[in-house]
Design a protein around this ligand. Structure first.
Ligand SMILES: [Zn+2]
Length: 275
């Protein structure tokens, strides 16, 4: 009897999540999600961060993308492409691990990518993040070398990684502005937190496109300044990569999962006392 009861509860929960997908999420995802976001790359999975992926996971993702007949393209090609086989690989936060682990793999496979930087932390420890101590941001020479490869382009991810929906208007303007000497045309929202005001500030700062993840407001996903990306995280494996890359009947599970994991991200900001 107890087993039957447990089964009924689980079945109801799954059905509720499916309904949530059909009613609230799917209507806003008429186009497939063709861009992907990586945060930090590590050699071994850490217990403290769901957003890390291991180097092996990263290699697995690339293999699955190739096996699915998809093509990694650069930012400009991605924005102008109508071919659903063209996909975009992005990295948020601009951590040194991108240079150390991802860049050699990108070079070897000739894969273009976009790195979204935190201007105020170039070459510095990631003290904006509670897990920060050992994490360091890309240095100027590393950025230069990656740029010179012709494979990696850079976008902005704000200056200091605040929740842009909770800062003053002046702070919002200064967080999204891009210095003229390294004008960047794409922006990604810290903690996936954005609203119409944030999007409008990003447009006014001169960006041509904006990228989010899947935890923000679905009604904004159709905007060119809120292009949804599938985050890759430590709970991913070859099977979930396949779903994320190829779509199909189980995609709703991955979208809901990404949404739930993403909802936890802004706690980092609260933990830090909203700098
Ligand atoms: Zn970030």
């Amino acid at each position: 009897m107890q087993i039957l009861y447990a089964f009924a509860v689980i079945a109801t929960l799954i059905f509720a999540v499916y309904l949530y997908w059909r009613v609230f999420l799917q209507p806003h995802l008429q186009i497939p999600i063709r861009s992907f976001a990586v945060h930090d790359l590590v050699e071994r999975p850490s217990l403290t961060s769901a957003s890390d992926i291991t180097v092996n996971q990263f290699l697995g993702f690339i293999e699955e993308a190739k096996a699915a007949g998809l093509r990694f393209v650069g930012l400009d090609d991605f924005l102008s492409s109508t071919d659903h086989r063209d996909i975009l690989l992005t990295f948020d936060d601009g951590l040194e691990s991108i240079y150390k682990y991802a860049f050699p793999i990108l070079m070897k496979n000739r894969i273009p990518a976009v790195v979204f930087m935190l201007d105020a932390y170039e070459g510095e420890a990631a003290s904006w993040d509670y897990r920060s101590s050992a994490r360091v941001h890309l240095s100027a020479p590393q950025i230069e070398e990656m740029s010179a490869s012709g494979l990696v382009t850079f976008g902005n991810h704000s200056a200091t990684h605040p929740d842009l929906t909770r800062v003053s208007r002046d702070r919002l303007t200064s967080e999204v502005q891009t210095s003229t000497d390294k004008h960047r045309t794409a922006f990604s929202y810290p903690f996936d937190r954005f609203n119409e005001d944030v999007i409008s500030a990003v447009k006014h700062a001169g960006y041509m496109s904006g990228f989010c993840l899947l935890s923000g407001r679905p009604s904004l996903w159709r905007d060119d300044f809120a292009r949804p990306r599938f985050p890759l995280n430590r709970f991913d494996n070859r099977f979930t990569f396949r779903i994320k890359l190829r779509g199909g009947k189980l995609m709703w599970l991955e979208v809901v999962k990404s949404r739930i994991i993403g909802k936890f991200a802004p706690f980092t900001y609260d933990w830090q006392g909203r700098p």
